[in-house]
Design a protein around this ligand. Structure first.
Ligand code: URA
Length: 425
């Protein structure tokens, strides 16, 4: 077998055989296939697509590139969720302890932000002392003791995806349904969860800009999970505007704690509860009542134990930005659009995200929203507060926000986009 013949097959619109897929993933993981060859193959896949059976084999080969975790020693059923990424998407933070408080074990292997989307680990690292890197033994011990753990995936889990994802990121080959589906599902299946709820985002702030593309991605991932014995369902959810009222690391932790304390923005609470119900159903815990666990403080208790178990101080003050800049409403009326992508780019430019994998992030940087689509505003009232420790970033961040907001005349018709658009099982 050689890389050039595999690339040619896909370049010419053919189907890759099982043997070709197994060979190319294994050889790439071992360094025998070069990055430039894999980049050419990824581009051919992005342009020509893959059949379902090719995606299934590609995913299986990525799982086989590393170790598989085993949670069979746990007394609770496992439930996991994965979001395809968005702006202000802090849902994992309240959700994992909430579902743990309802009786499931939640092994949440999470990632870091890249580009305009935030990462769960970057958010939690704004809590003084909190550690994302745990050994497999530590992870199991937190999961067993608390019921929820949020940590980085170890190097042994789907190593083919680690290399491939980094390569795709710099070769314009992220936005491919077969490649995204196999990337996400190889990690989730290797992680060993019994059930999985996918939050597939659609809209300007998501990888999938249209509901049609998001639906196809969701169907592909649900099919892959089911084929590997993982009970998988997907919710298609809106990412045309940021989730909640914050985008940025410490800002989102603060908002998540508000949700755990029984408050927080309505859309964050709604999505957290919708995903919690799906996770509990998938785990067979159909009698659990997540709304009660939020209201009676048991989800907050699980959060505090989870943060402490990973070295964090749940009572420590969160970092605040050295500089703020307020953006005001340009007119009076109703906010008709507040664009997720533009807000995500602004937060990123303020220092909440990184341009390269090794860049540091600012814990306190980000964007605070004072109004959401559908809210009335008066000319001159604060619309957004930008936070950063490095004020020279304001100008560049403001550029991203130039066309972020439309304000319609008072009385104009406004239809609020639902948070959950569709369910796919
Ligand atoms: N998240 C992943 O883990 N992989 C992708 O390809 C896209 C989003």
């Amino acid at each position: 077998m050689d890389a050039v013949s595999v690339i040619r097959t896909k370049r010419d619109g053919g189907e890759l055989s099982a043997a070709q897929i197994d060979w190319v993933i294994d050889a790439y993981t071992r360094g025998e296939v070069a990055d430039y060859q894999m980049a050419a193959l990824n581009m051919a896949i992005l342009l020509n697509g893959m059949e379902r059976h090719e995606i299934a084999r590609w995913t299986a080969a990525m799982i086989a590139s590393g170790e598989r975790m085993d949670f069979s020693s746990l007394s609770r059923p496992t439930a996991d969720k994965h979001s395809t990424g968005g702006v202000g998407d802090k849902i994992t933070l309240p959700l994992a302890p909430l579902v743990a408080a309802c009786g499931a074990a939640v092994p949440q292997l999470s990632g870091r932000g890249l580009g305009h989307t935030g990462g769960t680990l970057d958010k939690l690292e704004s809590i003084p002392g909190w550690r994302a890197l745990l050994s497999n033994e530590e992870m199991l011990s937190v999961l067993d003791g608390v019921g929820a753990v949020i940590c980085a995936a170890g190097d042994g889990l789907a190593p083919a995806d680690k290399k491939l994802y980094a390569l795709r990121d710099v070769t314009g080959t992220v936005e491919s349904i077969p490649l995204i589906a196999s990337s996400i599902m190889s990690k989730k299946i290797a992680e060993g969860t019994g059930s999985l709820v996918l939050d597939v985002k659609a809209g300007s702030g998501a990888f999938m800009k249209t509901v049609e593309d998001a639906r196809e991605l969701a169907r592909t991932m649900v099919g892959l999970g089911t084929d590997h014995g993982v009970k998988t369902v997907a919710l298609l959810t809106d990412m045309s505007t940021p989730l909640g009222l914050t985008a940025g690391n410490a800002l989102e932790v603060r908002e998540s704690v508000e949700v755990l304390a029984g408050g927080g923005p309505a859309d964050v609470v709604e999505l957290t509860l919708a995903l919690a119900r799906e996770m509990l159903d998938a785990a067979g815990l159909t009698d659990a009542d997540p709304a009660k666990a939020l209201a009676d403080g048991s989800a907050m208790d699980a959060w505090r134990r989870m943060i402490s178990a990973q070295g964090g101080d749940p009572d420590a003050p969160l970092p605040t930005s050295r500089e703020q800049h307020v953006v005001t409403a340009a007119a009076s009326g109703v906010v008709a659009r507040l664009d997720a992508y533009d807000v995500g780019v602004a937060a990123w430019r303020l220092g909440a995200g990184r341009a390269r994998k090794e860049d540091p992030v600012q814990a306190a940087a980000g964007v605070e929203l004072h109004a959401k689509p559908g809210d009335r505003v008066t000319e001159g009232q604060p619309l957004l507060t930008l936070h950063t420790d490095t004020p020279e970033r304001f100008e560049y961040a403001l550029k991203a926000l130039e066309n972020a907001c439309d304000i319609a005349a008072q009385g104009a018709e406004f239809n609020r986009t639902p948070v959950v658009l569709e369910r796919i099982a």
